[in-house]
Write a protein that binds this ligand. Structure first.
Ligand code: AMP
Ligand code: MG
Length: 357
């Protein structure tokens, strides 16, 4: 299959109307289109079309019990896909939609199990990216979309990342440049009395609690090791949570402790690895960059600016893939606010390999 790439001018989206209408037509006819959102690029298909959802799983190489997120561009469309929408959910939608938070509800029977990974619940989000909005509207149907990466790889934050993974497998890529946030949406399960965060993101627990009171964080999100997770055989609340995610090709190890000790340990490990003929990448911050002596050193941004770290993280992991490094040694980050989302992705990318120094 030939994948067409259409570039959209963000300053003049209407000038690209024909391309976005073409993308909408592809969706209505059962095809797949990758599109930019404010979080990461999504791989979209008609949420009501079970064949389209199956195609998404095939293109990603994703296990079919790992559900997709349904994207809408109009508040009233929530009624088409979800039931039992609580007052708390409405408050979150009013405050944060369009925006980077996904809510889980009981699904409408019209949403096929192929879209929800066999679950009776459905994940729904309204993205704020103007291209995503325009594209969903032109499709005229809710769009099921996970991140547009090969299953297990870091999520794509540019159209080039999407093309690396999806070229020849999907009908179209809408190129809207580099995305803003760079980490996937916060996922909140709204099916219990007390909402539960299943995946941390840009919209933090504190921001949600300000709107609706108590919010819990799932045990899986809080786990810092395989042991805390309950070993290899634990049963997660959402099937998607059990898969190794966001991973670069190299083995990633995270080091936690004070800056000097972490740098000393990473320098020692890098020196040893390089002596054994291995290539090493180091993820550090602007504040610590000068402490590193070996390997390919990349700063993800300043520790004072978590938004920039989130924005750069997946791109840096993909850069190390390009460099063909064997090991990535990374500093750890604060585990609060947006830092919780950053640490969650890094811990998963490291397969829970975190060393305290
Ligand atoms: P992605 O955006 O690629 O990470 O894929 C969507 C993710 O949303 C899945 O991996 C799940 O973690 C989550 N998700 C989607 N639907 C549901 C659901 N009904 N219940 C729980 N989690 C869900
Ligand atoms: Mg994903």
């Amino acid at each position: 299959m030939k994948t067409v790439i259409k570039k959209v001018d963000l300053k003049n989206i209407e000038a690209c109307k024909d391309d976005l209408d073409e993308a909408g037509r592809i969706i209505r006819e059962g095809g797949l289109v990758a599109f930019p959102t404010e979080t990461v690029y999504g791989l979209g298909g008609n949420a009501f079309d079970k064949c389209a959802s199956s195609k998404i799983y095939n293109a990603k190489g994703r296990p079919s019990d790992n559900p997709l997120i349904v994207h809408i561009a109009d508040f009233k469309d929530i009624e088409k896909v979800a039931e039992d929408i609580s007052t708390k959910a409405k408050k979150i939608m009013e405050r944060f939609w369009p925006g980077p938070v996904t809510l889980i509800f009981k699904k409408k029977k019209e949403v096929p199990y192929e879209t929800t990974g066999g679950l009776d619940t459905v994940a729904v989000r309204m993205p704020s990216h103007p291209v995503a909005m325009r594209f969903i509207k032109s499709a005229g149907v809710p769009i099921a979309a996970p991140s547009a990466n090969t299953s297990g790889r870091p999520s794509p934050t540019t159209a080039q990342h999407v093309a690396e993974d999806m070229n020849g497998k999907i009908d179209m890529i809408i190129d809207g440049g580099q995305v803003d946030i760079g980490l996937e949406s916060t996922i909140v399960d709204m099916t219990d009395k007390v909402p539960v965060i299943l995946r941390p993101g840009y919209i933090t627990k504190e921001m949600l609690e300000r709107e609706i009171g108590k919010v819990e964080v799932d045990r899986v999100v809080l786990a810092k090791s395989k042991k805390e997770l309950g070993g290899d055989n634990y049963v997660p609340k959402a099937p998607g949570m059990k898969y190794r995610h966001y991973a670069p090709k190299a083995e990633l190890i995270m080091f936690q402790g004070n800056d000097e000790k972490v740098a000393a340990e990473i320098n020692k490990r890098s020196y040893e690895s390089i002596r054994q003929g291995k290539a090493v990448g180091i993820i550090c911050t602007d504040e610590t960059r000068s402490l590193y002596r070996y390997g390919v050193v990349i700063s993800v941004g300043s520790r004072e600016d978590e938004k920039t770290i989130a924005h750069n993280l997946y791109g840096v992991l993909r850069d190390f893939d390009m460099e063909n490094v064997d090991y990535i040694y990374s500093e750890a980050f604060y585990d609060t606010g947006l830092g919780q989302a950053i640490m969650n992705r890094l811990i998963k990318a490291a397969g829970y390999h975190v060393e305290k120094v």
